[in-house]
Write a protein that binds this ligand. Structure first.
Ligand code: FAD
Length: 607
């Protein structure tokens, strides 16, 4: 095992930094692996900071959490005489997003701290500039530094251009893996992505009522997506390049083969997308690209066939979120930061020589790994969670062997609070009451951006949900028929920023996280986030048609700025990363320039 301090990576000599907070464990990832690691580490009395987000976890795409004892779909097996009532069945249905939120609350209650959702690690190095005194936990090994990305580079605010750093004595890598695109015609795929190409059947499936959709892939995700889509679509065509499905649930594969409205095309691959381009609205420059079908080819006979379809769900596997661990200058030969070992697909390798002492150790002492960032085999929430627990236990034991004092839980909590008061990383804030909105203008990062772990915990204890209902701004009642263009138009003009969203939709959660990075939530007086499911199912369906008519896109979230539709989640995120979103928000008068600047000040100082 290689010690981080001996790596060739540049080491920083910063001199005196008396107030630098050092966490015992930095957890990179907020999916089942990261959340469970955070829970275990915090309960072991360690100070913990977690990066990542619920919406970034692949589990957020699971409509119902299956294969997780104690959670998931109803228990009725058809043979029970007294099966659960419809209401009980509904209560039993427990989705992935609900599991993530529940486990995060548990981890917070145990004392773990969470950075504002959406801030991601972009660099890893070790630093050796802390004196023994500053490194107050004792111990001799070097400290890890994680640089955080996602700060708008184009902002006028100087602070925003500086990177954020966090420091820890150990690191747990739990960044998971992301679903891949087909990569056949990248620019066309980007144009269609989120409009008629998707990776989440749960979020976008209901847009395809009585339409024809294609599912690409032959694994669990593809089979699940096809079965779900068959509930809405007139026809589902599963295109898979092999004859056999590699899905682990053979029962689901059999269901797939027997469903009337599912057609299986194997062994076929997509060769071409068929689209038409139409002018959108009254703006001549805006053109809409509409998918009308695909051309598929039999991989054995080379025979080709045109297939009409309205949407494509790409479910062809994942890529671990480890690219940022590669040294840029050596991207091709796979050299990594600090000498971490990755396999040819980018999965982080365990150091098997340490199996008896630390089962989740990597090649770098003090860095552990859990979940789909390392596991290509089991790829389930429960296995990722179990690995998270193992990694946390390994980290705790390793810290002890390095001579770090194992203070009592309460002492650690106090240390953790002190650390947070000294730092400026935007920790996840508690929802603010309306009247507090003004505080965004004047408060320091300590007061506003960096709620202490204790504050986070108290808020969670007082109100276990994410939002404190008594503090939320009342959403103005919609008095007209929002499924009519005139009404929808009126509603989107009532606030500078209006978002139509649905619950259990990871993209909607991700959009809220993106807005939070700009200091905005539904509590802001200029922002109206409308949960369309409250309008009733039939209204939602009609509203999709109206949205499609107005914007060319019928899925949620739908973002309207200054009375005009601007985008869904993916494009909004891109604008946020590029620093353009803030300018657009200022231009649409969601907040004024002063406020926008102060919001950045709130949490984006260098540590
Ligand atoms: C459609 C679908 C349905 C599924 N259904 C089920 C099911 O019913 N039951 C089941 O057991 N499993 C299910 N799975 C599989 C399950 O979701 C995964 O096995 C599990 O989520 C993997 O957990 P993880 O913690 O390793 O990664 P993830 O859950 O993917 O979490 C990764 C985390 O890392 C964060 N992250 C990414 N990059 C960085 C970075 N640079 N810095 C910091 N953080 C970062 C992300 O924001 C996220 O929080 C399903 C998967 C899909 C796609």
């Amino acid at each position: 095992m290689q010690d981080a301090s001996s790596s060739s990576t540049t080491q920083q000599q910063v001199g005196d930094s008396p107030s630098i907070p050092i966490y015992d464990v930095l957890v990179l990832g907020s999916g089942p692996a990261g959340l469970t690691a955070a829970l275990f580490a915090a309960r072991a009395g360690l100070s913990v900071l977690v990066l990542g987000s619920d919406a970034g976890s692949s589990l957020s795409e699971a409509l119902v959490l299956d294969n997780f004892p104690g959670f998931g779909s109803n228990l009725k097996d058809g043979n029970e005489k007294n099966g659960p009532s419809a209401k009980e069945e509904e209560e039993d249905e427990f989705g992935g997003l609900a599991w993530l939120k529940l486990t995060k609350r548990k981890a917070m209650k145990a004392g773990a701290n969470f950075a504002q959702a959406g801030l991601l690690a972009s660099n890893l190095q070790s630093v050796s500039w802390l004196s023994q005194e500053e490194n107050s936990g004792g111990g001799t090994s070097s400290i890890f530094q994680i640089d955080i990305d996602n700060i708008a580079p184009n902002s006028n605010n100087n602070h925003a251009q500086r990177p954020l750093h966090v420091h820890g004595r150990s690191v747990i890598l739990a960044m998971g893996a992301t679903g891949q695109k087909l990569g056949m015609d990248a620019s066309l795929e980007n144009e269609l992505w989120g409009k008629s190409m998707h990776s989440c059947a749960v979020c976008d499936g209901s847009s395809y009522v009585d339409q024809i959709v294609v599912v690409v892939g032959g694994g669990d995700a593809a089979v699940d997506a096809a079965l779900l889509l068959a509930r809405y679509a007139k026809r589902v065509i599963v295109v898979h390049r092999r004859l056999e499905f590699r899905a682990s649930h053979q029962q689901h594969v059999q269901m797939l083969q027997t469903m009337d409205n599912i057609q299986i095309a194997t062994p076929f691959v997509i060769k071409e997308y068929h689209v038409v381009r139409r002018q959108q609205g009254d703006q001549k420059t805006q053109r809409q690209t509409i998918l009308t079908g695909i051309r598929i080819q039999n991989t054995e006979t080379n025979q080709e066939q045109n297939v009409r379809c309205d949407g494509i769900f790409v479910m062809i596997g994942s890529k671990p979120n480890t690219e940022w661990l590669l040294l840029k200058e050596n991207n091709n030969n796979g050299s990594t930061k600090l000498g971490l070992q990755l396999d040819s697909n980018g999965y982080i390798l365990l150091d098997k020589s340490q199996r008896n002492a630390y089962s989740k150790a990597t090649a770098v002492a003090g860095i552990f790994v859990a979940g789909e960032a390392t596991d290509q085999m089991y790829r389930q929430a429960i296995t990722a969670a179990a690995e998270g627990a193992q990694a946390a236990m390994d980290a705790e034991r390793w810290l002890r062997t390095q001579g770090y004092s194992t203070a009592s839980k309460d002492a650690r909590r106090t240390l953790s609070q002190q650390q947070q008061q000294q730092q400026a990383i935007p920790l996840q804030t508690i929802p603010r009451p309306t009247q507090d909105h003004q505080s965004l203008r004047g408060k320091s990062s300590d007061q506003e951006g960096a709620a202490t772990g204790e504050q986070q915990r108290k808020a969670q204890e007082e109100e276990p949900g994410q939002q404190a209902p008594q503090q939320q701004r009342e959403t103005p009642a919609i008095t007209c028929d929002v499924a009519q263009v005139a009404c929808l138009d009126q509603v989107v003009h009532e606030h500078p920023l209006v978002v139509f969203s649905t619950p259990r939709c990871p993209q909607c959660e991700a959009l809220k996280e993106t807005l939070a990075l700009e200091g905005l939530s539904g509590d802001h007086p200029n922002v109206n986030i409308i949960n369309v499911s409250k309008l009733g199912t039939s209204k939602v369906k009609k509203m999709r048609v109206t949205l499609k008519e107005m914007t060319g896109r019928k899925s949620f979230p739908a973002v309207f700025l200054g009375g005009k539709w601007i985008a869904g989640e993916a494009q909004t995120r891109i604008w946020q990363k590029e620093g353009k979103l803030r300018e657009m928000l200022v231009e649409a008068k969601v907040y004024d320039v002063d406020e926008a600047t102060t919001v950045v000040d709130d949490g984006q100082e260098e540590l």
